[in-house]
Design a binder for this molecule. Structure first.
Ligand code: SER
Length: 585
């Protein structure tokens, strides 16, 4: 059975059982800045699980596009995906355990024709917060599942909540026995040896977990279910991985044909990341250096790197996008509708990254030459890290280049610095989206970054007494007020202009981190240190040139700015000067 048929069967089945089919919400949550992407079918339905009336009624069913990034780095193995589709049915204070279990059982055994011998289920074992779910176990037995196929586990396995606060409850999970031999005499559905694969989850959402860790009962008893479409398709087709199903097979085959140096993990990464980035872009996502834009950027970059690894000419990327759209458009018509945008964004991002690779390699060679001149053979981890932080140059490429030149890399030092950095960015991306990003457009964003470069250049040319006194940006120009006692000379203005343009030409990477004000000060960041920024602040780093506290947003690479020209320097008030400058492409 093909994925699209499973989806159709599912929606029709629940429609016959009184459910209204609702459309998938976009991958990028509407009106919810607290999460980056929709991660489960219940996500867009939270208000209704809490008691609000849904316009379509109390029984709903849909397919939901989801994206989870926790396992991003695992993609390439035989099971992890970032983008996936979840089929779901909901009772919003309508049916509960008995009917939910009955319908699940019927769908699995009658619609999908899964033999009962292949199935086992798990139920909640009970603890201080909620009782043992004997009721659900009974429902399974009554439906026709032998007692010995029903297992009980604790909260780790059989309790579902999105995050740490919100609607939640005990769940019952359904497992498919792949027929592989048991890994030990204790092998059961809680074991991840691969014998048992989870196929569906019914959550009985009747609790709310509060921030302080306590539980209270919700106004209504809900059912929230989720069935992973890719996984089900793979199992029903007797395939080992989702990449062997029709969802990925055409692109996997094409990659194999094109690769000069084949490697199955790289092909999977390209296939998975290409599909995920297309879906994100179709739903309005755009690459940037923060939050969800940064995830998209990372996905496209990782894909590009693995295309390089496969030695596939990057000019082939367009054909691959076409092929993927052709293959997936019956399931996701939005891919066809947004075809041009998808292409433009992925190809542009690929080009930017290629430039990063070229710049980084040039800087790497400078470092390597110096090391060899000094008769040393190990590149310090801090140099590899700086290349990564300043130019976005991937550390694994540095390591590869080092190997080619018979040099070693101090990996331990690098790992340490990298871990610290990752931790900081993780903290950053977990924070809510701050700052009024909505009004920004590309031009004003570029002026924003130019302002940081100008600020630092003024400090270099005039001295450390220069401090920002005001800033104003329109689509036509930037205006920057700063403390300085006298009129700037022509020579000083030229120097400032030259320094800014030099940094633009170096195409420095702009990165963002969140940290406490104290940490920001310690890191040497300049900017307005007033309390109005609140506890955590964002620090934008432009290569090795500038570090400044700021709400953002900024361009990702300084070369995006074009040419910087100072138009005017004049007095603003006593001891404060004002510069107006423009950017031309
Ligand atoms: N919310 C549950 C899950 O994501 C069931 O849909 O598994």
């Amino acid at each position: 059975m093909k994925a699209i048929e499973i989806r159709e069967k599912y929606l029709k089945f629940f429609e016959r059982h009184g459910h209204k089919i609702i459309p998938s919400a976009p991958l990028i949550p509407e009106n919810d800045p607290s999460v980056l992407f929709t991660t489960a079918g219940m996500h867009p339905l939270v208000p209704y699980l809490l008691g609000e009336k849904h316009p379509e009624g109390k029984r709903l069913t849909d397919y939901q596009k989801c994206l989870r990034t926790v396992d991003l780095d695992e993609v390439g193995d035989n099971r992890h995906l970032t983008f996936f589709e979840m089929l779901g049915n909901w009772s919003l204070g309508d049916y509960f355990k008995e009917e939910a279990v009955k319908m699940s059982f019927e769908f699995l055994t009658k619609e999908l024709n899964i033999p009962i011998e292949k199935l086992s289920v798990t139920c909640f074992a009970g603890d201080k917060d909620a009782p043992r779910d004997i009721e659900t176990a009974k429902c399974w037995e009554e439906a026709g599942l032998p007692k010995e196929k029903i297992y009980f586990f604790g909260k780790d396995n059989n309790w579902w909540i999105a995050g740490t606060e919100g609607p939640c409850g005990p769940d019952t999970e359904m497992f498919y026995d792949t027929g592989k031999p048991a890994c030990s005499e204790h092998c059961d559905p809680s074991c991840d040896c691969g014998k048992y694969v989870e196929i569906w989850n019914n959550v009985f959402m009747e609790y709310y977990k509060h921030e302080d860790g306590t539980y209270t009962k919700l106004k209504q008893q809900n059912v929230d279910t989720g069935l992973g479409l890719e996984r089900m398709t793979m199992l029903l087709q007797g395939k080992e991985t989702p990449y062997d199903t029709e969802l990925f097979k055409p692109i996997m085959d094409e990659l194999k044909k094109l690769a000069k140096s084949d490697n199955i993990n790289s092909r999977r990464i390209v296939a998975e990341h290409l599909r995920a980035s297309m879906m994100i872009i179709a739903d309005g996502g755009r690459p940037s250096n923060i939050d969800r834009g940064y995830i998209l950027r990372r996905i496209i970059r990782r894909m590009t790197r693995h295309l390089n690894k496969l030695e596939i000419d990057l000019s082939k990327l367009e054909i691959l996008i076409d092929l993927n759209i052709e293959n997936l458009k019956n399931m996701y018509p939005e891919l066809e509708e947004k075809k041009e945008t998808i292409k433009q964004i992925i190809l542009e991002e690929k080009d930017k990254f290629t430039k990063t690779l070229i710049n980084g390699e040039r800087e790497f060679n400078k470092i390597a030459t110096q090391i060899m001149k000094n008769n040393q053979n190990t590149i310090p981890g801090k140099d590899i890290f700086n290349l990564y932080e300043t130019y976005g140059f991937p550390p694994e490429v540095s390591k590869e280049l080092a190997q080619e030149q018979n040099l070693k890399v101090d990996e331990e030092e690098f790992e340490k610095l990298f871990k610290e950095h990752q931790e900081k960015s993780r903290l950053g991306s977990e924070q809510k989206f701050k700052g009024g990003l909505a009004e920004q457009n590309e031009t004003t964003i570029a002026y924003h970054t130019a302002t940081h470069l100008l600020h630092k250049a003024l400090k270099i040319v005039l001295g450390d007494h220069v401090a920002q006194k005001g800033s104003n940006i329109t689509a036509e120009r930037l205006r920057f007020d700063f403390s300085h006692p006298q009129k700037m000379t022509k020579d000083e203005l030229k120097k400032v202009e030259d320094i800014v343009n030099e940094q633009i030409q170096r195409d420095l990477l702009v990165t963002c981190e969140e940290m406490s004000l104290e940490e920001a000060k310690k890191s040497g960041a300049i900017g307005l240190f007033e309390n109005k920024y609140g506890e955590k602040v964002k620090v934008y780093t432009i290569g090795d040139f500038s570090k400044e506290i700021c709400g953002g947003p900024h361009v990702s690479h300084t070369a995006e700015l074009g040419k910087f020209i100072i138009k005017k320097e004049e007095a603003s008030s006593a001891g404060v000067r004002r510069i107006k400058a423009i950017l031309v492409k």
